[in-house]
Design a binder for this molecule. Structure first.
Ligand SMILES: CC(C)(COP(=O)(O)OP(=O)(O)OC[C@H]1O[C@@H](n2cnc3c(N)ncnc32)[C@H](O)[C@@H]1OP(=O)(O)O)[C@@H](O)C(=O)NCCC(=O)NCCS
Length: 166
């Protein structure tokens, strides 16, 4: 998908050719925590990642520079125990210098393909209504706003719930 895109420059092709998505391993933990602490201003990623690597190891992916092995993005998901048709995109982040060249889209595509193998038919996620970049990204990737939930995060912070059929 990346190399056939037409609206980017040759520099884009060169960068994307060296990015690969693979499963997360425990050895990635510190690198992802550092990246996440920057992107999410310290909001709990270091705890979240340890839980997800135990609960949903098959739904945890990283994008890395194949030459330097630098982690430039990550995505993690889960599946509802009481509704195995529904998956959740729990968190996604892409290093600032690598944003807008479809690293996020590739991570999401791979996560959703893996979820489909487990019988997942729809995915939901929550996002802040002030996160314009993420909202635009999710819409571009087929998500629609389902509802707004008041007081979702402590203390009284609302979130949008978005959904997409796989
Ligand atoms: C959201 C995020 C993962 C997108 O990753 P990405 O690799 O840049 O996304 P892609 O390149 O695959 O998709 C690009 C599309 O996303 C949207 N987008 C990404 N960055 C954007 C920005 N700064 N402003 C507006 N739209 C943006 C646009 O729709 C863009 O399409 P366009 O370039 O044709 O306009 C990335 O911006 C990020 O890590 N943000 C910080 C962490 C975060 O907010 N995560 C989501 C929390 S719910």
């Amino acid at each position: 998908m990346w190399i056939y895109s037409t609206h980017h420059t040759s520099i884009y092709y060169k960068i994307m050719e060296q990015i690969r998505v693979r499963n997360y391993t425990t050895a990635d933990y510190a690198d992802i925590c550092r990246l996440d602490a920057y992107l999410f201003e310290g909001m709990g990623g270091h705890v979240l990642f340890r839980h997800i690597e135990e609960l949903f190891p098959g739904l945890f992916f990283v994008a890395e520079d194949a030459r330097t092995h630098e982690i430039v993005g990550y995505i993690l998901g889960g599946i509802h125990l009481d509704d195995p048709n529904t998956g959740k995109l729990i968190r996604i982040g892409v290093k600032s210098e690598f944003q807008r060249i479809e690293v996020g889209t590739e991570l999401a595509t791979i996560l959703f393909a893996e979820m489909r193998k487990h019988g997942v038919k729809k995915v939901h996620l929550t996002v802040s209504e002030t996160n314009a970049a993420a909202l635009s990204f999710y819409r571009k990737n087929g998500f629609e706003i389902q509802k707004r939930v008041e007081k979702y995060f402590y203390p009284d912070i609302p979130r949008l719930v978005l959904e997409k059929n796989l």
